[in-house]
Design a protein around this ligand. Sequence first.
Ligand code: IMP
Ligand code: MG
Length: 184
Amino acid sequence: MTPNSQLFQDLSSVLYDEAQLAAAVKALGERITQDYQGKSPLMICILKGASLFFTDLIRQIDLPLTIEFMAISSYGASTVSSGEVRMIKDLDRPIKGRDVLIVEDIVDSGMTLSYLTRLLHSRGANSLKLVSLLDKPSRRTVPLTVDYSCFQIPDAFVVGYGLDYDEKYRNLPVVGILDPKVYS
Ligand code: IMP
Ligand code: MG
């Protein structure tokens, strides 16, 4: 994909290019590898937004980890959360006694992860930590701290590297701010 492509044209700016994303994901993978020495963590990918970040991240973690996928919906075709969190796909196996890392694309209001944290704690995980590519701390409506994140960003609607607007732009290889003319 070249910067002339329509997907790139719809961005008002690029926040992180491919090299910056790869470097941040590698550094995060190394941190998790150190912090989970001797353990076999269960990494849970929250579909669909975290999928690109997730597949890159797990290849940077040198541990005998296992993976699971979960799908949650809270947005629809909007740039503002509906505030309603719905489970679309649950885990395939029990997580009792596991050291769980939930992997998200972005934490905004915090509602999605606060819902998931409560749910997975109730299923008896040994430990539970939150991983997110991006964090928008200024947007929190519920108290929630991300344990591992690559970048903190200001309050702007971003797309690319898995993040969508109305299901599009996930395949952009960069993270950028979506030009408001696209959705207003
Ligand atoms: P929260 O429940 O408000 O924290 O929202 C988390 C979810 O909202 C993320 O997993 C994304 O799917 C979506 N989201 C929040 N901010 C953005 C954004 O700037 N771009 C694309 N999706 C976003
Ligand atoms: Mg998402």
